[in-house]
Design a protein around this ligand. Structure first.
Ligand code: BGC
Length: 729
């Protein structure tokens, strides 16, 4: 950034700070506490079946009488048109304009893969798929397009990206993460934030993001959502904090709190995390918002507080600025009592409200001219094209025995299994509705896998369901039909789910689906297995016998077409796994395992390792060169390598640089991803790639829990090559 840009920025910050203190000085205590209150749409909702599902009397009560500063969520869990959203937001802001100080309401929404609750929005692959693209540019574009599409509706705050890392595959929210690796998740999340916010998110086409869910939420010991994680401070600092640090650095102005607990302390009561680490260490200056009902849960669930009032006190004093209450005004009422009795100091309220007002200014909410972006910015053809690219790049070809794929368009294919003909299964949660499972709300012009195959095939495509997700159906018919076809496309996976609704006991695939798979494999026809769903369900015995395996996860609205294009070779696959795909239900060792995990016995034996993904061409990397073989702890280092397309068709490849610290005072992972780059190459084309390693890449959390760099040797690894780097004092 030029010094001139920095000056402009700091001038802007100062101007906002002046406005905030001016406004704060005029506010009553009730008005301040109202700003700290976020309610669900249901509190102001009217007839759910009406075109305009809002009750203006309830809205007036919330915004005018209770001074509510923020509203979230969708009207009655149903996709709404842009026009309805605009009317809702206009009505909300008109109501705020009738209040004494005319402070606009900030409306938050989970636009986690595009404008999720708006009909016909551009709905991108879910985060786990975006991570599989290993393409930060696409993540940035997703952010850019999502911000535009929510701003068409006047929504200025998106509860995304999820910066929790996905190292517990049982967890029902794995697919909301960018996978198991700290570097990949940091890069993809940061790119998303920059695309979504630009350099100034008060611009009409930009909106604020929110880092979720600070911190440790994604690692429940038993795999169930919102249950305890036991994360030591070293592990927290090494694996769980860096993605949030990256998000703060990328400029996200808000953070949502972990709904569960870590090490016996609920996220919403953790002063050490929310204040000492987030504010004092990481320098976060924005707003901390609670998750759904979680302040109340300190009393109702966790028994950490002896009363609802004590729960409010604990959470606010731990550092929470805004309460997603969400169904009543109890938070405001209790906080008012706490301030009046001097149990919560006014200074803490002023601090929280100043942060909230700052974000409202930064988001451009005080300028009504920027509330709505023109409707022609919604679901544009250009956005659609980017989405198609994202879907294609997000699908992983995991097995292709004897080059069974691509198939000829004239091939006759029997399509079977529960995931073949549903749009919801391609999208997952937060699509049209919270759970995403209301198939009738999905756009009928989008193709399921089956439809896309039917559109492209010149041969025979027959569909027999065979099994629902958990109940076998017409397996005999499947067996009979298989005989009349060249191939079987076996479409298995998980039904759509969200949060705790997605809790499972085991990663094993449902017996009904296994039965269908075994029946199909027994016919002797070549089987292509397609897996769809948010988690890696165990497919080892099927994958061993299948000729081809495609891992689609949740590629969203364009996923059906993308899968068909890959099956027929109209697109050369290049997605790479952002997680290790377990071989067995308990085989959940991530790729950056510790030496003891492979000492005896080797516990890293996934079905498919992290970053695995095949192509219809081949690539080779060679010529790994370090600029120097020894550097000091403060130096950077350039590393170059050549990558060549050694096959017969054009394709994309991801080149990955891993580092291993050969000896250290805390055990180090066998390797850690430090840099990656995706390139597209024609047959025989070679490209030289330069990566720059920085001191941060050499660092780790030392014995005293501080980030350090130790002198010694490191292995730099790309492809099959490695080189030794010596770090001196
Ligand atoms: C989820 C959050 C989400 C919030 C608001 C909660 O249940 O945990 O991720 O942002 O609801 O919808």
């Amino acid at each position: 950034m030029s010094s001139c840009a920095v000056d402009t920025l700091s001038r802007k910050d100062t101007a906002i700070a002046d406005k905030v203190s001016n406004l704060l000085a005029q506010m009553t205590l009730e008005e301040k506490i109202g700003q700290m209150t976020q309610i669900d749409f249901a509190v102001i909702g009217g007839d759910p079946n009406a075109d305009f599902p809002m009750d203006t009397a309830k809205l007036n009560d919330a915004v005018i009488n209770h001074h509510v500063g923020s509203i979230l969520n969708t009207p009655f869990d149903k996709g709404r048109s842009v026009e309805t959203w605009r009317k809702i937001i206009q009505t909300v802001q008109d109501t705020a304009a009738k209040t004494r100080l005319k402070i606009p309401v900030i409306y938050g929404i989970d636009a986690i893969h595009g404008a999720t609750f708006t009909k016909n929005a551009t709905l991108f692959p879910q985060a786990i798929n975006m991570a599989a693209t290993f393409n930060p540019e696409l993540s940035g574009k997703e952010g850019e397009i999502t911000a535009r599409e929510i701003k068409v509706s006047g929504l200025a705050w998106n509860f995304h990206p999820v910066m929790d890392i996905g190292r517990q595959p049982l967890w029902a929210r794995l697919w909301e993460t960018y996978g198991e690796d700290v570097h990949l998740a940091s890069v993809m999340g940061s790119a998303y934030i920059k695309g979504h916010q630009g350099t100034d998110f008060s611009a009409p086409d930009k909106a604020a993001t929110c880092l979720k869910h600070f911190v440790g939420y994604s690692f429940p010991l038993n795999g169930k959502d919102r249950t305890p994680a036991w994360i030591s401070e070293r592990m927290l600092r090494e694996y769980f904090l860096p993605t949030f640090e990256a998000g703060v650095k990328a400029g996200s102005p808000t953070v949502m709190v972990n709904s569960g607990e870590v090490d016996g302390i609920p996220g919403h009561a953790n002063h050490h995390y929310l204040t000492t680490i987030l504010r004092e260490e990481m320098g976060f200056k924005g707003v901390t918002v609670s998750d759904w009902e979680d302040i109340q849960r300190l009393y109702t669930r966790d028994k950490l507080a002896a009363s609802p009032k004590e729960a409010v006190k604990i959470a606010v004093m731990a550092g929470i600025d805004m309460s997603m209450v969400p169904n009543d005004f109890s938070f405001s009422e209790l906080l008012l009592e706490l301030v009046n009795s001097n149990e919560v100091p006014l200074a803490r309220i002023d601090e929280a409200v100043a942060r909230i007002l700052t974000v409202k200014y930064q988001t451009g909410l005080f300028n009504p001219n920027t509330t709505f972006l023109p409707i022609n910015q919604f679901a544009t053809a250009a956005a659609q094209q980017i989405n198609q690219q994202a879907a294609h790049e997000s699908i992983v070809l995991a097995k292709n025995a004897n080059s069974v794929l691509p198939l000829k368009k004239s091939a006759s294919i029997l399509v079977t299994g529960p995931t073949a003909n549903l749009l919801s299964i391609l999208n997952g949660g937060w699509t049209m509705t919270w759970n995403g499972d209301n198939e009738s709300l999905y756009p009928h012009d989008k193709a399921t896998v089956l439809k896309a195959l039917q559109q492209k095939s010149t041969g025979k495509i027959t569909y027999v369901e065979g099994s629902s997700f958990d109940t076998e159906k017409d397996i005999n018919k499947v067996i009979a039909e298989a005989k009349n076809h060249d191939y079987v496309l076996l479409c298995l996976g998980e039904k759509t789910y969200i949060e705790t609704l997605g809790n499972i006991e085991s990663l094993a695939l449902e017996p009904a689906q296994m039965k269908l798979a075994n029946a199909v494999l027994a016919t002797g026809k070549p089987v292509i297995l397609l897996m769809l769903g948010g988690r890696p369900r165990i497919i080892t015995p099927i994958a061993d016998q299948a000729a081809g395996v495609l891992l689609g996860f949740l590629p969203s609205m364009e996923g059906g077409v993308a899968i068909a294009n890959i099956l027929y070779g109209d697109y050369n696959p290049n997605g790479k796994l952002p997680i290790s795909y377990p071989r067995n239900t308990n085989g959940i060792t991530p790729y950056d395992y510790k030496p003891s995990e492979v000492f005896k016995p080797n516990t890293y034996s996934p079905l498919y390792p992290f970053a695995h993904g095949l192509s219809y061409t081949t690539f080779a990397t060679s010529g790994l060169t370090l600029e120097k073989h020894a550097i000091t702890r403060s130096e950077t280092l350039n590393v170059t390598v050549q990558v060549k397309n050694t096959g017969a068709v054009k394709g994309k490849e991801v080149v990955l640089l891993y580092l291993n610290d050969l000896a250290a005072s805390v055990t180090r992972p066998n390797k850690q991803l430090k840099a990656f780059k995706k390139v597209e190459l024609n047959p025989n084309q070679t490209e030289t790639i330069t990566f720059t390693l920085t001191p941060a890449d050499l660092s780790f959390i030392g014995v005293d829990l501080k980030r350090i760099i130790e002198a010694g040797d490191f292995n730099v690894m790309i492809g099959n090559e490695s080189a030794t780097l010596t770090v001196t004092q």
